[in-house]
Design a protein. Structure first.
Length: 202
């Protein structure tokens, strides 16, 4: 049985889960007010998750992660899509497509990646597409470098951790070979040119 020492009230199951969450992700809060605000966010999401997981039509389950106590404003900083407004048509080849394909079963999906607190989702969209296409064409699955895109693809308006457009990034890769994740690992920040992790010019 757990009590909250401030007023010795019995903690709810969700509050106990929140304490465990704080410990798991090594979180600290400067004030009681912030603690309560983060607990409220966690509690609201906990209810949404329970409702989603109770839906028998779902083929998936959802749960808490490092972002469970983040506000919508904070999360929006990670949603780094910044449209350039530039698009080009890509007509389909006319080849019949299957009704559905699970590319995980074909070994064409990398392990889950984590963009951290950098608004670089646009770069992950590019690498995921290229990794899958390369594998689907009969090649080995190779994890590609988001960090190189964050650091180097800037002349077209992409802004590293401050957002970007996957179309611009795809065009950039047509002229610049993309390094592998192993050779240019992700650091969730943008390096200045003298700090780049590979010995190549952008």
């Amino acid at each position: 049985m757990l009590f909250r020492s401030r007023n010795m009230t019995l903690m709810t199951a969700t509050a106990v889960a929140f304490v465990r969450h704080v410990a798991e992700y090594n979180l600290t809060y400067a004030t009681v007010a912030e603690y309560d605000a983060r607990l409220a966010l966690f509690t609201a999401r906990d209810g949404l998750f329970a409702e989603e997981n109770a839906n028998l039509d779902n083929t998936f389950t959802v749960g808490h992660n490092m972002y469970s106590t983040w506000s919508d404003h904070e999360l929006n900083k990670l949603r780094g899509f910044v449209s350039s407004g530039i698009r080009a048509p890509y007509p389909e080849a006319g080849t019949p497509n299957a009704d559905s394909v699970d590319w995980r079963e074909k070994g064409c999906v990398t392990a889950v990646k984590d963009q951290g607190s950098c608004g670089s989702c646009w770069s992950f969209s590019i690498t995921g597409s290229m990794e899958g296409a390369h594998c689907a064409a009969g090649n080995a699955l190779v994890s590609l470098s988001e960090q190189e895109l964050v650091d180097c693809d800037t002349a077209d308006g992409n802004q590293g951790c401050n957002g970007g457009d996957m179309y611009n990034g795809m065009v950039w890769t047509e002229k610049n070979s993309l390094a592998t994740e192993e050779s240019y690992p992700y650091k969730a920040c943008r390096f200045r040119s003298e700090e780049r992790r590979v010995g190549k010019e952008c």
